[in-house]
Design a protein around this ligand. Structure first.
Ligand SMILES: [Zn+2]
Length: 232
């Protein structure tokens, strides 16, 4: 999915986004229309209605119409409402007819939502629906055909997919334990990431098998072992 901008000119800020905003979450809508995202945004910017939103998303792209540090009139909770003053509004296109086109738009909106959550450091609890602010039955197509949890799960899946896979541990090639009675256990613990090598004078990785451990090293090794076993 591509994300592009068709931003509101400052001359229309007084109509579309009069207040500066530090967003605290994302509010999801359905357009109740069958127009693509670029048309939703250009129409929103062309009229003088006190109706506005930050993004429209369809099956191929997301178009941003307002800066994220300005408010939008979308949540139906009034001039000082939390939705209208603190939430980034995403309109999902093609909800009037629903079907495959809407479903693709919904998946793109989940991906955009996941990106925003990551950018702002928010968890899934920061994703709300229009209905949460004003009681309006919106996002209507999600609520009637899929259920709100279905959308939240799409966002969670998109979040998980964006996490980089953990890098495999670098196992040191310990050069001073060959033939030592504890060699195999030391190598196994090194492969688990519980023990590391220490750099020798020539840059080689040494284990120094006869050196005493400190209390700090003991604590670190126990911590790593617990993490290896429990994943935490
Ligand atoms: Zn709505």
């Amino acid at each position: 999915m591509t994300v592009r901008e068709n931003l509101c000119p400052e001359s229309k800020y007084s109509v579309k986004c009069p207040y500066s905003m530090t967003p605290v979450g994302i509010c999801i809508h359905n357009t109740a229309n069958d127009a693509p995202a670029k048309n939703e945004i250009s129409y929103m910017l062309s009229n003088n209605n006190k109706v506005s939103f930050h993004y429209a998303v369809d099956d191929t792209e997301a178009v941003q119409g307002l800066p994220l540090n300005r408010n939008a009139w979308h949540a139906g909770d009034g001039g000082s409402g939390t939705g209208n003053r603190k939430y980034i509004a995403i309109e999902i296109c093609y909800s009037k007819s629903g079907g495959a086109r809407f479903e693709a738009a919904m998946k793109n909106a989940a991906e955009l939502t996941a990106r925003l959550l990551k950018d702002y450091g928010w968890d899934i609890s920061h994703v709300k629906k229009h209905q949460d602010f004003s009681g309006k039955y919106c996002p209507h197509r999600i609520l009637s055909d899929y259920g709100w949890d279905y959308f939240l799960n799409l966002v969670k899946t998109a979040l998980a997919a964006s996490e980089p896979a953990p890098a495999p541990p670098v196992v040191p090639e310990l050069t001073d334990i060959g033939g030592h009675w504890a060699e195999s256990e030391i190598r196994e613990l090194a492969a688990m990431g519980v023990v590391h090598g220490t750099d020798g004078a020539d840059g080689e990785s040494l284990f120094l098998p006869e050196r005493f451990v400190t209390r700090a090293e003991t604590a670190v090794m126990i911590r790593r072992a617990i993490r290896y076993v429990t994943g935490k």
